[in-house]
Design a protein around this ligand. Structure first.
Ligand code: SF4
Length: 361
């Protein structure tokens, strides 16, 4: 049913109480897009992300105000918080001391290496996980000078240099690495090459991927390509817009690779001229409901008798539409035929009954 995937052996590291790499599940993370200083908006977004299945959340720390707010974010967040830092190492030290479980640093944006070394030592003292986040758009000048363009080889050299630096100079191993470009194939090549040379866990994803449709496609291409080859220990689907969508897309990718399932899977037909019920609106309602449910079940929402009964039978609970009516299947058997206006309510009743009968799902 799903491809057989052998995960690349990696070290296990810890972001607070969440393990990444080794035999840990592939972790789903996201990033808030609120101002970190707006505590109520940030915590409310973190709560929505958690409900969607996010396991680690990153917040931006652009200035002193943000780092001062971080302590409260960390205290109230139900999942580990990572501070995202660029340019100023002093903010990084304060973020680590404020209790963040991890920091993401982009070495290309830190000019003063002595300060960066001090920050990394503070991370070691606090066992704060460090992500070396290489980004094609902000590579160090000396690497760019050598490679002329921010190619995948340039990203890999930068990442390897920094891993070696942290391991050898700081003697610190609570590390993960990302090598992101806005070009999905360049991103893939960077991860493939890096993974041959290092066993630190990899945070995979495509950066600056765009909105829901183009961003989902770019991320899915790169992340799936890598996961199919066993590469990737945690992922972020970067999308412009509501970050909870990033989490739903991440779980869709993981489910379709047979790696993790969190929310119900919905099989639905595209509808066509044969359809005689309002299937699109039915589907939307089922999808909205399914996003709030954490259960590994399969639902089918089908328009007519052509493929409807077949798919509905194979689902845990399914609908096959007819003329102003719907037939509801549960575990392969017809349980009801109901008029369209009560179809959704009756469908949900059957789903609830199925979930009660199968609490393990
Ligand atoms: Fe059309 Fe029926 Fe197929 Fe849906 S199941 S696309 S309504 S033929």
């Amino acid at each position: 049913m799903y491809p057989k995937i052998k995960r690349r052996p990696t070290r296990k590291v810890w972001v607070g109480n969440v393990s990444v790499g080794g035999d840990s599940p592939i972790r789903v993370q996201s990033m808030t897009n609120t101002s970190t200083t707006d505590l109520s908006a940030t915590l409310s977004q973190i709560q929505k992300l958690v409900e969607a299945g996010c396991e680690i959340v990153r917040v931006a720390i652009p200035d002193e105000k943000a780092v001062n707010a971080l302590k409260d974010v960390v205290k109230e967040s139900p999942i580990p918080v990572i501070a995202d830092l660029h340019f100023a190492t002093s903010l990084g030290e304060k973020a680590v001391k404020a209790g963040c479980a991890g920091i993401r640093i982009n070495p290309g944006t830190f000019k003063n290496k002595a300060n960066l070394e001090r920050l990394l030592k503070v991370c070691k003292d606090y066992n704060c996980c460090v992500r070396i986040g290489i980004n094609a758009g902000s590579l160090e000048p000396e690497i760019l000078k050598k490679y002329k363009t921010p190619s995948y080889r340039a990203m890999v050299e930068s990442a390897l240099r920094w891993v070696e630096y942290v391991v050898e100079k700081i003697d610190y191993y609570n590390l993960k690495v990302s090598l992101k470009s806005s070009n999905w194939w360049e991103t893939v090549k960077a991860y493939l090459a890096f993974s041959k040379k290092s066993d630190f866990p990899l945070h995979v994803g495509v950066t600056e991927a765009g909105g829901l449709i183009p961003g989902t496609i770019k991320n899915t291409m790169a992340i799936s390509y890598l996961l199919l080859r066993g590469i990737g220990d945690t992922l972020r689907v970067s999308l412009t817009g509501d970050p909870t969508e990033e989490v739903y897309v991440a779980y869709e990718i993981l489910r379709n690779l047979g790696l993790r399932a969190l929310h119900p899977e919905i099989i639905a037909c595209p509808t066509c001229g044969r359809c005689e019920i309002d299937l699109s609106s039915l589907y939307q309602k089922v999808e909205t409901w399914a996003k709030k449910v954490k259960a590994d079940i399969k639902l089918a929402v089908m328009g007519c008798v052509v493929n409807g009964p077949g798919e509905a039978k194979m689902a845990d609970v399914g609908i096959a539409g007819g003329k102003g009516v719907g037939v509801i299947f549960r575990e392969g058997k017809i349980v009801k035929k109901v008029p369209e206006k009560t179809l959704l309510d009756e469908f949900f009743k059957e789903v609830e009954a199925f979930l009660q009968a199968h609490p393990e799902r």
